[in-house]
Design a protein around this ligand. Sequence first.
Ligand code: NAD
Length: 354
Amino acid sequence: MESITSASYAVHFNQNAYAVLEQHLTKKNYSKLFILVDTNTRRDCLPILKSRLRGKYDFEILEIIPGEENKNISTCTKAWEALSNLDADRKSLLINLGGGVVTDLGGFVASTFKRGISFINIPTTLLAMVDASVGGKTGVDLGPLKNQIGVINQPEMVLVVSEFLATLEVRQLNSGFAEMLKHGLIQDATYWKSLKLITDFVALDQLIYDSVIIKNKVVLQDPTEQGLRKILNYGHTLGHAIESYFLESTNHETLLHGEAIAIGMILEAYLSHHLTGLSEGSLEDIKSTFLGRYKKVRFSPSDIQNILSLLKFDKKNSHGNINFVLLHAIGKPAIDVKIPENLYKEAFAYYNGL
Ligand code: NAD
């Protein structure tokens, strides 16, 4: 598979990715090499990575505890301290080997350690391959509030190697698939149609490639999210608030990122039908696609109130306004849409009634 070029780096695929990594390590002659893993990727992915490299490298391994609840500044502090104790300097490299938690947090740790060291992302979940590892958004949560602290900073390269997916749970694969479905909804109705036909996750290479192309195309046109890049947040305004609320709530089981934004995409399709002309048929199509794949949650009136109160923390807000990405049609997004107050509750009532 041909590499995809982004602004300052490239995304390389499968076996070619290992060769490119080795050429890069030889060329750059980094002073020290660090690999950030979590407990699961240390067990399942690190041995694969090491076995695929022909050269001998002295990697120092930094390990974090898996899970969104650890994507926070105290985990960063431990990683910064470990880098410091292991004599990392500004010519060191950090390789992030893991899902979106590892690539988001590792990218931020690298971007801020000694005012910035180089990093490479090797995503190991479907979600991180098609979304989190590409585009340069790095950061951590602030309490339960998603991605409040961070910087946009690009990796040296991204290596997408689908063999890592062999050990990933189906629930996690589905979570990543939600971001791929989002790529279809915001940019490409034909891609959306082809994704809907997928019933298993055995031959994903071409679809992963297509999703990286879509994400990269958007990011290249608007790297710092002044306008167009906001479309990648379709489903995320309500989805992030739901994810945050469920992370903290003792009454609900935590939702994976993709599961939360799948609900967000149904709710925001309802808003799109009422505000930006999304047809009844497309609303039905979006709703049945996500309900067919992701579990239904029931929101009580107090859940809804709590979720809505979190919207004020959304990063797309400006001047006190909550700015939504909605759809005019499948493949045709609308940005900076304001929502009349009554429609939020109507959208949740619609979802609860499904
Ligand atoms: P994750 O990193 O928590 O990984 C999910 C689980 O899978 C973890 O338990 C992890 O240890 C395990 N795992 C990872 N790779 C594995 C493998 N190959 N085999 C077995 N187990 C494996 O979560 P995620 O879904 O990858 O990422 C979610 C995060 O990504 C969220 O924090 C979200 O905010 C972020 N995100 C960032 C961007 C961005 O542009 N930066 C975009 C979308 C999502």
